[in-house]
Each structure stands twice: as C-alpha cells, then as structure tokens.
Design a binder for this molecule. Structure first.
Ligand code: UDP
Ligand code: MG
Length: 320
C-alpha cells in the first residue's frame, strides 16, 4: 500500500461505466508513468458513472493498493460528459488530465503533455494521427461532424482531438464556473481559450471491455455539440424563408405575364404537389430545430445538478 503524502501536482480523471476488467490493467500501466513525470505527487480520480458491474469493487481494491487512487461514485449513469464535470469538481492537481480507462489513448503521451505544460501551454490536447483504429463509417461521420461543427460554431474545436488532454488549473476553474447543464466538453474546452497546443498520437483499439457509444449516442452528442456552440441552425430559416418567398414572387410574375400573353393554361398538379410537400418538409425541419433548442432551454432553466454523488473513496472528512 502506497500512502498519499504530497499534494498532487498531476491529477488524472478517469470516467468509468461498467469497466470492472479495465481498472487493474489501467493502474498497472499508468502508475509508473505518473511516478516518472510527477514523482509521487499525483492522483488518479475514478468517476464511477453508475456502473452496474463490479467496477466499484475494482476501484476499492486499487485504492487499497495505492492511496493516491481516489474515486467518486455517481448515483446513476449521468453520461461521460457529466462524469468528467464531476471529476473536474473533485481533483486537486495543478494540471488535470482526463483519460479513458480503456487505454485507447496511450498514457505514455502524458509525459509529453507535461513537458508542453511546463513550457507554458495551459491546454495540451491529444490529436489522433489517423483514425486507423476506427471503422470506415465512424471515420466518415467523425470527419463530417468536425467540419459541420467548425463551420457552424464560433468556437472551433480541434479536429480529431478527444477528451484526452492536459488542462492547467486555471482552465479547470474556468470550466467549473460555466453554469450550463449541457456539458459538451470539447466545446467548453474550446471556448475557454488560453494557450493551446496539440500532441499527436496513435489511438489503439480497445482491448478490454466494449465501447459505450453507439451511433445514436454519438448523433445525440453531435447535436449537443452544435446546438450548444452555435445559433446558426436557428437563424438560417429566416434566410431560407426569405429566399423561397422571393422566388415565389418572381414565379407569380411569370405566371401573370404568361397568362396575359398566352391566355389561361393551368395544368400543374405535379408542380403544386412538389411545392406543397417540399415546403411542408422544410417547415417541419425548422420546427424540429426549434424543438431541439427549446428542449435545451428547458433543461437549462430547470437548473438541476449536473450529477449526484452517492459515495466518495479516499476523501478525508470535509474535503473535496
Ligand atoms: N463512459 C462513462 N459513462 C458513459 C459512457 C462511457 O463514464 O455513460 C466512460 C467509459 O467507461 C470509458 C470512457 O467513458 O472510460 C470512454 O468510453 P468508450 O471507450 O466506450 O468510448 P469510445 O472510445 O468508444 O469513444
Ligand atoms: Mg474507448
């Protein structure tokens, strides 16, 4: 058992949902790396995001081995973004690194991130050199997403950078002060500014456990990202409406002229149907977009907590 003495310089946040087989291998790999870069002044904070397997027991065992392992257990599954927020609220390090437990993001990169941090960068994000470990559809949709997001939003997110990054304490405090319930982390990181730089790395395939993200969840995350970072989808309809109205006016002129010149000739069921159905569709889409935003306003207005802690491990009385 290793006792925790020095206040941590480096904190690692690991959100986990049903990862019982992942905890021990993760600690075996990351502990020597952290020892090398931070001496003994580090902590690993697991955020148990409503696991239903033996994840919490595995974390307790890791804590018994090494008191620098601490954890908070949430009252249910709140999702990875909320779990990360919970982690940011409970770490103490001067530099904070969120990382997945599956080691797809190699912990070895942490050493380089810390070097950049000591050189004066407040945010050092990991950039995937390529996406070879992803399937083709995942690669294509990810590519499309980054493009759409950065085209629509004022806060550009770096392409192919995930949540794996180093954050200086000052950035952590900025993010903690952001009041929104919708915690699209990549957007929050981008908004905060500071001196940011990227380190490239190769992302491995998952070796233990299974991915917790299916395409539907990724789609919801993408919509969260765009609606929280941009109001373009709301405003575009006025322009579209104005263009359609203008075109309709022009077309009305043509019809009037044609009738004056060539007399009445009014077949046109197909064109009528096309116009009705097309405009009906466009109107429903615009209503749907309004709905997305209004739903989010509702969530923000309710102002419920982002997460609820059920239990903490390794926190002394009155701390954290
Ligand atoms: N995770 C979480 N809550 C969730 C879903 C995932 O805390 O609701 C954690 C998960 O245990 C893992 C990390 O988030 O440590 C990334 O998940 P995963 O590896 O499944 O995502 P992928 O790498 O496939 O994008
Ligand atoms: Mg993964």
């Amino acid at each position: 058992m290793v006792e925790a003495e020095a206040p941590p310089v480096l904190s690692v946040i690991v959100p986990v949902k049903d990862e019982e087989a992942g905890i021990a291998p993760f600690m075996r790999r990351i502990a020597p790396i952290l020892d090398r870069v931070a001496g003994s002044a580090w902590e690993v904070l697991f955020v148990d995001d409503g696991s239903t397997d033996a994840t919490l027991a595995a974390i307790l065992a890791a804590h018994a081995d090494d008191a620098r392992v601490r954890a908070i257990s949430l009252s249910r599954n709140f999702g990875k973004e909320a779990a990360l927020s919970a982690g940011l609220d409970h770490v103490r390090g001067d530099a904070v690194i969120p990382i997945d437990v599956d080691m797809q993001d190699p912990p070895e990169v942490i050493a380089e991130m810390v070097v950049r941090w000591r050189e004066g960068h407040e945010v050092v994000y990991g950039v995937r050199r390529d996406r070879r470990s992803d399937s083709l559809p995942k690669r294509l949709t990810a590519d499309l997403y980054y493009r759409a997001h950065n085209w629509l939003s004022a806060d550009k997110i770096p392409e192919h950078a995930g949540d794996f990054r180093l954050l200086d304490r000052r950035v952590v405090e900025v993010i903690r002060r952001m009041p929104e319930r919708n915690r699209f982390m990549k957007g929050l990181f981008a908004w905060s500014g500071f001196r940011q730089s990227g380190v490239e790395y190769e992302r491995a395939e998952r070796t233990v456990g299974t991915t917790k993200f299916n395409y539907w969840k990724l789609w919801r995350l993408a919509i969260d990202g765009i609606t929280s970072g941009s109001t373009v989808p709301l405003r575009v309809w006025s322009y579209l409406g104005a263009s359609v109205a203008l075109l309709a006016l022009l077309y009305a002129g043509v019809v009037v002229l044609r009738t004056l010149l060539f007399g009445r000739d009014m077949p046109g069921y197909p064109s009528l149907m096309v116009a009705v159905l097309f405009l009906g569709g466009v109107q429903l889409i615009s209503l749907g977009v309004l709905g997305e935003y209004i739903g989010r306003i509702l969530v923000e207005v309710k102002g419920r907590p982002i997460y609820v802690v059920r239990e903490t491990i390794g926190f002394e009385e009155g701390q954290g």
